[in-house]
Design a protein around this ligand. Structure first.
Ligand code: DI6
Ligand code: FE
Length: 399
């Protein structure tokens, strides 16, 4: 095996095992884009001819993973934000024709090139903080051409920047105006037409939905999950964000990769997720931005051993957030997650929420050589600071 590059004089947070998997005096070696050694410097295999990079005592973590975003969308909802400051609720605005449907109008009017161009600055903000894998959902097109354009724009973003993109089909995000009064007709269109197409064209890696009073009922979500399964796509779900419709338990029954938000999750939902191995993706940016007061049941999730991930939920309505570092700070401050839990939430557990646990998320031989190299004295600083970026270098596939 020809080692191409080694990083020496580093401290590693491998994110393996129980804690951070710290290795002082560490070294990391890469061959053909894969990690072949991540451990003590004195056990580094001989690497004649390899490029050597001296990290001068800096910390290396796995490249960060943002496992829940709506990065692709047109326009913004700053006016709506102002209305909410004056007392209107998110649900009131949605029912009055604002909300997701207003972003849908702007998104439908855009070409695929425009979708990519609008998302790039947001993507670049995330990459600047060491993100090497990102999930991007559709769900602002809500008709065939625009949903397909969003998914294909997501694939293009991955090609235009050095980042791994997982695209998620979120057709069941909101009811488009042409199906007003006929949500079952819309779900039938998704199941019979769009999901099979998206799967056949390889445009999506998973199927998601919004199970909520202002979204879709558990029965409608179940129909869609059945279609996803038939098409060979794994599922995930926006569940228990504003109320408890027992969406997480439904998702768990379908072996979902993740159930996301979860502020109103009950004990039965926690148990179902634990049983199925479904990851709890917590989204503190949305919790903060809508001034939610119901906390997700973090203790119950811990006790049951449900893996917890953290993500930005970057979207124009409830979480206009493009910092995974700030997301970790919010996870700690608002949800009382530990530093270790926050870091695991944007690395190893985020990988699992994307079905990529064998590929990324830890520093281990065999994983893709995706690294974030930090100018910090201890990993706790990554969670502690607000609005400061200590990234020294970002490495994707060893480059
Ligand atoms: N829950 C959310 O917080 C976002 N989508 C969802 O299902 C909000 C999306 C938006 O308001 O545009
Ligand atoms: Fe979301």
């Amino acid at each position: 095996m020809q080692i191409d590059r080694i990083w020496t004089n580093a401290r590693l947070a491998t994110m393996t095992g129980e804690g951070l998997g710290v290795v002082e005096n560490g070294a990391l070696a890469c061959a053909a884009g894969r990690i072949v050694h991540a451990g003590p410097a004195d056990t580094l295999p001989p690497a004649p001819g390899a490029e050597r990079i001296d990290c001068a005592g800096r910390w290396i973590t796995p490249g960060l993973i943002d496992c829940h975003t709506h990065l692709i969308h047109m326009g913004n909802r700053a006016r709506e934000f102002e209305m909410r400051l004056q007392g209107a609720s998110y649900e009131e605005i949605a029912r009055a024709g604002g909300g997701i449907v207003s972003t849908m109008r702007a998104t439908r009017a855009a070409s695929e090139d425009e979708l990519v161009a609008a998302a790039l600055p947001r993507l670049d903000a995330l990459l600047a903080e060491g993100v090497t894998t990102i999930e991007i959902k559709s769900g602002y097109g809500l008709d065939a051409p625009s949903e397909l354009a969003m998914l294909s724009a997501a694939r293009r973003l991955g090609r235009e920047r050095g980042v791994t993109v997982r695209a998620t089909f979120l057709g069941a995000h909101a009811l488009p105006p042409e199906y007003q009064g006929n949500p079952d007709g819309y779900i039938a269109m998704l199941c019979d037409d769009l999901i099979p197409r998206v799967a056949a064209e390889g445009l999506a890696d998973a199927v998601d939905g919004f199970c909520e009073g202002i979204g879709f009922t558990p029965a409608q979500i179940e129909r869609m999950f059945t279609a996803a399964r038939a098409a060979g796509l794994p599922v995930k779900l926006h569940a228990e964000q504003l109320s408890n419709l027992h969406g997480a338990a439904l998702a768990a029954r379908f072996g979902a990769l993740s159930a996301d938000h979860l502020e109103y999750l009950d004990q039965a939902g926690v148990a179902a997720m634990a049983e199925a191995g479904t990851v709890a993706v917590l989204l503190p940016g949305a919790y903060y931005f809508v001034r939610e007061t119901q906390l997700p049941p973090v203790d119950a999730l811990r006790r049951a051993g449900v893996p917890i991930a953290l993500a930005t939920d970057c979207n124009p309505g409830t979480s206009p957030l493009t910092s995974l570092l700030l997301t970790m700070n919010m996870g700690a401050t608002l949800f009382r997650l530990t530093v270790d839990e926050c870091l695991r939430g944007v690395t190893r557990n985020a990988a699992r929420a994307l079905g990529m646990a064998n590929e990324v998320g830890t520093l281990e031989p065999g994983k893709r050589c995706d690294l974030a190299i930090w100018d910090i004295g201890h990993p706790a600083e990554l969670v502690y600071r607000m609005g400061f970026n200590p990234l020294h270098a970002r490495v994707r596939s060893g480059q």
